[in-house]
Design a protein around this ligand. Structure first.
Ligand SMILES: Nc1ncnc2c1ncn2[C@@H]1O[C@H](COP(=O)(O)OP(=O)(O)OP(=O)(O)O)[C@@H](O)[C@H]1O
Ligand SMILES: [Mg+2]
Length: 304
């Protein structure tokens, strides 16, 4: 049975000189359940934003189909909300105006009071109570991104799509917003697909991490199931016995296997991508990687 989100054998190809074509990625099968938080990681140019744009309906695949909640995607929809790296707020509207605009787009028949009350709920949710009348030029980068999150969530999307939403923020603000997004997604059961280059961010936020090989001709090599407990907290992440196993597994993929995977895996079946749960099953990777981290290897190797 297909998942809540089902990406089915999509490819993206662009025309190349001499009547040829360049394949950005191909034979991509991915699936997500309702309420799941997935991150996609891969080197620059492998096609992550293209996949996200296809999910949003802003772009179309050259081949294949994407199904969301039983319906094939055909263009953009207010069922799918996108948060970009640059917050893309309307500069002439206030915080309330920006969120209310999205609410009115989704529910055009609502009266002003209902729109305002609904928008206020999401402004409160992201901690912007008291800043409703400020315009984007009066907000910090983190506050702007909060408005983007409130705006996206206010339309109660079936899927929230985020393209490196925190990469332009300083480390402290990034951490705070990661905490908030995690809390909100857990509280609301929001299905979320997020692009990140930050392995720790993926381990903190995601239930599963899609690992893409390098482009051109990228494929989804592996799905990493996050073995950390659902009630994990950011400040304690590194103390969990399986944290380094997970981190090292993803980094090992990015550093070496993302380049060699396609040539070294001739019998790769894109419909049956391995699902890996890092842990004791990978002693060679875990032990090898831990040795490279001073004062950590010994301590962790004795752990289960
Ligand atoms: N209109 C286009 N014509 C030709 N090639 C394109 C076009 N748009 C995108 N590409 C190519 O598609 C590839 C994938 O782009 P995409 O933006 O999806 O990558 P990405 O994985 O998100 O990279 P990054 O991590 O740098 O954001 C890139 O190599 C890009 O040059
Ligand atoms: Mg991108």
């Amino acid at each position: 049975m297909p998942g809540f989100i089902s990406i089915e054998d999509i490819a993206k190809r662009y025309p190349a000189p001499g009547g040829k074509s360049t394949t950005i990625f191909e034979h991509l099968w991915m699936s997500m359940e309702r309420g799941e938080f997935a991150c996609i990681i891969g080197h620059s140019g492998c096609g992550k934003t293209t996949v996200l744009n296809i999910l949003s309906g802003l772009d179309q695949p050259s081949e294949g189909t994407v199904i969301v909640d039983g319906q094939a995607i055909d263009g953009t929809s207010l069922d799918r909300a996108v948060i970009f790296q640059s917050h893309a707020l309307l500069p002439w509207r206030t915080v309330m105006g920006n969120v209310a605009y999205a609410v009115t787009s989704k529910w055009p028949k609502w009266d002003k009071a209902k729109v305002k009350a609904h928008a206020q709920t999401f402004i409160d949710l992201v901690g912007l109570t008291g800043s409703e009348q400020k315009r984007p030029s009066e907000l910090s980068g983190g506050m702007k991104q909060r408005v983007g999150i409130a705006r996206a969530l206010s339309i109660t999307p079936k899927i929230l799509l985020m393209d490196e939403p925190f990469s332009a923020l300083d480390a402290l603000t990034r951490g705070t917003l990661q905490d908030e997004v995690r809390r909100i997604c857990l509280e609301t059961g929001q299905t979320t697909f997020m692009i990140t280059h930050d392995v720790d961010e993926a381990i903190y936020l995601a239930d599963k991490i899609f690992l893409m090989t390098n482009g051109p001709g990228a494929v989804l090599a592996e799905v990493v199931e996050n073995p950390l407990p659902k009630d994990r907290v950011r400040t304690d992440l590194h103390r969990h016995p399986l944290y380094y196993a997970t981190r090292n597994h993803v980094i090992d993929f990015l550093v070496s296997r993302s380049k060699t995977f396609v040539s070294e895996t001739p019998d790769f079946n894109p419909r049956n991508v391995p699902v890996v749960r890092p842990g004791r099953a990978e002693p060679s990777i875990v032990a090898g990687a831990l040795e490279a981290i001073p004062n950590v290897g010994q301590k962790n190797r004795s752990l289960p």
